[in-house]
Write a protein that binds this ligand. Sequence first.
Ligand code: FNR
Length: 187
Amino acid sequence: KEKSIGVFVGSLRKASYNRAVAKYLETLAPENFKMREIDLSGLTMFNQDFDDEGTTPAAWTKFRSEVKALDGCLFVTPEYNRSFPAVLKNALDIASRPYGQNVWDGKPAGIISVSPGGMGGFGANQQLRQPLSFLNLQLLQQPEVYLGHANAFLDENGQITNDSTKAFLQQYLNAFVDWVTFLSEKH
Ligand code: FNR
């Protein structure tokens, strides 16, 4: 059966290194894996009043139903100030509510962090594990992916120029596909 994988990129900028890596991963997916980025740019900052007062933004409703329909979630995140960006936290919060309607619940998930810095977004990657675990996303633990020096392995068109990085991402994608398949066979 075809699997639908949502890719959540924690950067809104056009030339994002993280988006470039996410786009490369999408090209590695097998036939029956449909990977596509879910746009986070139109999500108004979470405010519980909108749900309580019946003025839920249309973009939230759409986002919640998109997440609900997924068979897996792949988070590709930059590091902002040693944590993951607010755009990702906002997305996590929106689809975790209203109370009792957490649509992340039980979904297989993976994390990749990408940075021009030397530590590969380690802080963002680790901190993201905390809400994902609470929201009951089923996180692939290994291999871990911390991609540092992104400006060295990506060219100005966002293409990966380094064969060892490509091979590593293929290895990761294979593990992620196996993980999603394994968990979905249980249900
Ligand atoms: C950064 N950057 C950054 N990098 C890092 O490795 N650790 C960090 O803590 C931070 N902190 C940080 C804060 C803020 C507000 C910004 C805007 C940037 C640099 C960051 O890695 C760089 O801008 C990347 O290019 C962001 O990822 P995208 O947009 O290329 O995907």
